[in-house]
Write a protein that binds this ligand. Structure first.
Ligand code: C2E
Ligand code: MG
Ligand code: MG
Ligand code: MG
Length: 288
């Protein structure tokens, strides 16, 4: 390896870094305008009851379609939104759009919406949820809000108080991505969760690795001891679904059930699952 090759390699590395930084700055700038430009939409991924296979509800997932960049994945733009103070505006538009659609779904079908830690830190989420439920007509009992361990680690009475107020409205609270965190489990005792969502990194290996299966079994028992319902995330195969059902997992979610759907596809998806499709669905006509 000559000195010149080293220099060329460094220049290449510098250019790649420039490109990464340029994309990051561009995304930061464009994200600030995304909500006003109506570029943020919502996709809906169903979750089903493991025992009877019925679709219990749908999780709202933010989608950002930029005119030049195309679809930017949430894993890329949500952390940026959190850093630049845009997650409140994005979270609000997701909640509002999702509740408007869900208000037209059949009465038994629930809506889950993700909340970032900053949305609880800002201190206005209870008012926003209250107003959104009133304006869209979605009953509070049909809304589930998903928070992660990182929200539980914000060490203020205010976060716990707001969770209490949301629950008092009739909204339920899910712990998202269980098994990916780093903290002690004592927050499971302090927060009044209704549901634990087990991360797919714990689900995938359980069909081949007996230790992973035993761990999943134990986590499901832990959740049930605490009085929580359980959802397995990232269920991709029938084998995984069968195992989870045998272990007593309550709900299944993942590409094996369905990929996230655009709002317009939800009614037909419900009809094809043998369920009522909800208002706003074209009547199914059978050619005579
Ligand atoms: P999450 O809340 O845990 O959502 C599940 C993610 O896993 C979704 O990715 C979903 O498409 C993906 N997924 C579902 N089933 C499978 C599967 O079987 N296999 C695999 N490989 N993936 C599966 P998505 O939509 O890209 O969202 C990623 C994350 O971004 C979400 O994880 C959530 O943490 C965050 N996010 C998305 N929308 C919002 C939002 O409106 N607000 C906030 N605060 N965060 C959001
Ligand atoms: Mg989630
Ligand atoms: Mg999750
Ligand atoms: Mg996850």
């Amino acid at each position: 390896r000559t000195k010149d090759e080293g220099k060329a390699g460094y220049r290449f590395y510098e250019a790649a870094m420039d490109e990464t930084l340029r994309r990051r700055r561009f995304i930061e700038r464009e994200l600030r305008a995304s909500v006003d430009m109506d570029q943020i939409t919502v996709a809906f991924q169903p979750f089903q009851d493991a025992r009877d296979g019925r679709i219990s509800g749908f999780e709202a997932l933010a989608r950002w379609t930029h005119p030049d960049l195309g679809d930017v994945p949430p894993a890329e733009f949500i952390p940026v939104a959190e850093r630049i103070g845009m997650i409140g505006a994005i979270g609000n538009t997701v909640l509002r759009q999702a509740c408007s659609f869900a208000a037209n779904w059949p009465a038994g079908v629930k809506l889950a919406v993700n909340l970032s830690p900053q949305q609880l830190q800002a201190g206005s989420i209870v008012d926003y949820v209250t107003a959104t439920l009133r304006e869209t007509g979605l009953p509070a009992e049909r809304l589930e809000l998903e928070i992660t361990e990182s929200t539980c680690l914000i060490n203020t009475a205010s976060v716990l108080n707001q969770i209490g107020e949301l629950k008092a409205l009739g909204v339920s609270i899910s712990l998202d991505d269980f098994g990916t965190g780093y903290s002690a489990l004592s927050y499971l005792l302090r927060f009044p969760f209704d549901k634990m969502k087990i991360d797919r990194s714990l689900v995938a290996p359980a069909v081949t690795d007996p230790a992973a299966r035993d761990m999943l079994d134990t986590i499901l028992k832990l959740a049930h001891v605490l009085g929580l319902n359980t959802t397995a995330e990232g269920v991709e195969t029938d084998e995984q679904a069968r195992l989870l059902t045998a272990l007593g997992c309550d709900y299944l979610q993942g590409f094996g059930i369905s990929r996230p759907l655009s709002a317009g596809k939800v009614p037909l998806f419900l009809l094809e699952a043998g369920q009522e499709g909800g208002r706003g669905v074209a009547p199914v006509t059978t050619a005579a």
